[in-house]
Write a protein that binds this ligand. Sequence first.
Ligand SMILES: O=P(O)(O)OC[C@H]1O[C@](O)(CO)[C@@H](O)[C@@H]1O
Length: 544
Amino acid sequence: MSSLTDSATWQELREHHREIAELHMRDMFAQDSKRFDKLSLKFQDILFDFSKNRITEKTLPLLLKLAEESDLADKIAALFSGEKINRTENRSVLHTALRNPGRQPFMLDGRDIHADIHSVLNKMRVFSDAVHSGEWRGYTGKVITDVVNIGIGGSDLGPKMVVRALQPYAKGTIQSHFVSNVAQAELINTLNKLNPETTLFLIASKTFTTLETMTNAFSARAWLVDSLKAPGAVDKHFVAVSTNRDKVVEFGIDPDNIFEFWDWVGGRYSLWSAIGLSIPLNIGMDNFEQLLNGAHEADEYFKNAPFEQNIPVIMALLGIWYNNFFNAETHAILPYGYYLRYFPAFMQQMDMESNGKNIDIDGNPVDYQTGPIVWGQAGTNGQHAYYQLIHQGTKLVPCDFLIPGTSCHFLPDHRNILVSNFLGQTQALMQGKTADQVRKELEQAGSEYDEALINAKVFPGNIPTNSFLFKVLSPKTLGSLIALYEHKVFVQGAIWNINSFDQMGVELGKKLSGAIFPELQNDQPVHSYDSSTNGLINYLKEIR
Ligand SMILES: O=P(O)(O)OC[C@H]1O[C@](O)(CO)[C@@H](O)[C@@H]1O
């Protein structure tokens, strides 16, 4: 047994889970009219309602004890201080420094990283201003109208999510495109819409070796050079964001067009660095700085708020409650609104790449569940797709709902229909519908019924939801929201005692596909792999 599962607190939580297994949230609400007041928190204008969770007055104190016993306070201090908590890669984890407006020196390995950060931010401002104003022009002298971010994983999901979420803040001068997949259709379909004379490519890759990104970058460069019939055009149409200067120069991008960042920024935490350059190129640098400010304020709050009033800590503990004691395998993220439609995919990488680990920080196999499967999409679409399973399936799916209180659009009824669906769903998931209620309804309607029909119409309810409500999806609020979620993932990793900041699990598949690549260059049948891989390769050679 690990020290976590062996601890008295873990055992108490198990026992407490058994005690409350039969309790229903609808009774908890009926018995306590102050439940919402007691179980909701505010940070800035973000309201976090966690009252619709399967918790009693005993639950949070026990979970908080678990957090204390995991040395959470020390681990938070280590994160912010730049300690090399990513032990397997011997790296600090300092995405929080990227959004710290402070100019006082922050020394890491002999460098003042605050000075480095602010110098890159300044370069981002100068460049994005020049593109927006038309001062930066393409090779033939035309102003830039389109920016294509070529990157994948953290070098795509974060910037894309933010650009799409903040569309109402777009300056309107630049159309933003994101190409990540090596499947050629994505790049081709994007290029087909573009004029090479007015297109700027942003090659976003921490390593500048990622196969998908480099393959797309080479093809984009060939398209540009062939179309403009000028190899020299690359200088005006390609910029790079990377930690690997040598590789960028080898690719042929002007060293002046490199936006630097550092190995202490993890890919999935990198939108705050120059990896986010596509953001100011769409909404302007002032708005990008608002995003950073919102995140910084959330960092300060996370560092300083007592655990029992600390939104990321409570989010993390509730997640552990369901993941480790109710055996919930997944967690749904359901933003109600179009602009946050990429938030679930962004969170999926952040959470699953961080906490999808089966060994602890010392390399010992864990004997408890770690990160959940994170999934979701924008509401209300899901209501007509998978909510059936959440309401009446056999799996417990805790959900997060997010919704702004206002909209910048004014079509009649749309807004209130959206809001009432969010409210209706969270209420239905909590209270469900009993057999007696169903019977009564059928009788009132004068319908014929049998027990089978009643059972089919029963909703068990008791399904936990968190709700985030905020006034406007502004750059600042979005920055805060993302940072709150980042810290949630951190707290869970800290309690599970895992390294949330490496991603060794993505390596094997990459290596094996590298070995297979040459096999596809000819039509000879292969026999050297397992029979399934041989069979698949040989059939592909037959049908291609
Ligand atoms: O920015 P890079 O180096 O191209 O990496 C892209 C992505 O690949 C990964 O390393 C592995 O999937 C992610 O962590 C990262 O966000």
